[in-house]
Design a protein around this ligand. Sequence first.
Ligand code: CDP
Length: 558
Amino acid sequence: MFSSEAEAVLQARYLKDGETPADMFRRVAGHVAQAETRNGRDSFRAADEYRRLMDDLVFLPNSPTLINAGKARAQLAACFVLPVDDSLTSIFETLKNAALIHQSGGGTGFSFSRLRPACDRVSTTGGEASGPVSFMHIYDVATQVVKQGAARRGANMAVLRVDHPDIEQFITAKRSHDVLNNFNLSVAITDDFMQAVAAGRPYALVNPRNGGVVKTVAARGLFSLLVRMAWESGEPGLFFLDTVNRYNPTPGLGAFEAPNPCSEQPLLPYESCVLGSINLTRLVAGGDIDFGRLRQVVHTAVSFLDNVIDINDYPLPAVAEATRRTRKIGLGIMGLAEVFIMLDIPYASEAAVKLTGRILEFITGEARQASALLGAERGSFPAFAASVYPGRGFAAMRNATVTTIAPTGTISIIAGCSSGIEPLFALALSRRVLEGRVLTSVNRTVVDYLSQRNLYTEEIAETIATCGSVADTALPARIKEVLATAREIAPYWHVAHLAAAQMFTDNGVSKTVNMPHEASEADVAAIFRQAYAGGCKGVTVYRDGSRAEQVLTGGTVC
Ligand code: CDP
């Protein structure tokens, strides 16, 4: 049932000595179901339901849950955000806390926007401040040194507001190669900035220490620099700060400043979030999604993720407190691209975008119902009364958010499906994983699709295995559309799916907008504008071949 890639990944990091995948799922289900007993319920029944979902590969929780469940101090969440205040004490206290989180298998996001800019005055020493970017380098080195035991190396997200005086230095921080490798960078973009770009207005950069305007720059010049760097290397990404805060379910608890490392989960300072994803390829029946079964899966998955909040061993008291206050969970999907192939719909089509929206609308709606039921039975999240939910007619709600679309980088390999809402990167994959090992696999959904139509000839099989694509074959145009890979799909459609999914997802959506090598800077600018106008919370582009070391490469030879 598991692909050779899945077995390799499982053996390397997930399975304990002598454990089979079925043992692992039993371990995870049993651990999480203990929370049922605390709520006066039957933990055996819950454990059995959870185990079956995982055994069927229809739902998997994020990696830290799979790896750490059953341990004495089991930290189960993937995403954390920590605050960085403008003092050495805060900067190094947070660095220490980040190290503890990395050790437990989690990733950390930070906003460095509150730090005074480089060359600003430091009254205690009479010297000059070194600025956000230099502190990011310290964090990076610390992350590199604190390897995560048997789990994974820590990942970080650094955010800087677009009106911070050091923004240009931040945008170009990764221009010299081989620096900040443990960081993803995102610029926090405000509505005001996007309006200044549209109007061609000057734009003020403000010292966060005293609110003083340090200098005024052309908004369009700054935007062009951002576009140029994203075109060159895929970074920084954009984090649409005002959009994110418009959807803050608990504005009374403060504003969002940063998301987690892969940017799909905005969190308040010290909050953590556990993610889990439904493998939609297991829910296709009779030429459609089996929505009845999907409903059951969503309800069980919400119960699972909610129990993780109670059973989780938090790495810091402040994280335990902030997380329990809002009880955020992030249920998402994977395998979407393969569902389109199974249903014979091109990813690059209105029909597919509609289906993306329909699936997420259904999942978020059902997840909210499940959370409302749990809230009525076990109590709402403590900040419920001050949240947006009472005003929307909810009498109870167990979780301040219910849905997030994670990248599913590893769990999609275990489940044997395409990741998140991404199109297939290639029809056959060579993946550099686990310190340089190369693993190759031909996509099984593609083989089935072509075989059912008597089109999987030896010649086609050979082309797929070597090139990872059928674009240059004599197959009918419609077949080529359905089997189009990420870089063959116009960027417009990538953003269309991102926006459709975001419209019905509580938290953020992980998505890379792939672009062909020939794409221009104007193309990148158009993507950024489309994403902002479409209500996305963030966007990342990747131009084929713009980084020397790609994690994924299409085909085995080409
Ligand atoms: O598939 P898996 O559960 O391993 O993770 P993912 O969906 O690819 O990533 C989900 C989140 O896990 C990321 O946004 C990060 O917050 C965290 N992560 C991390 O800390 N370190 C990694 N190497 C990968 C992911």
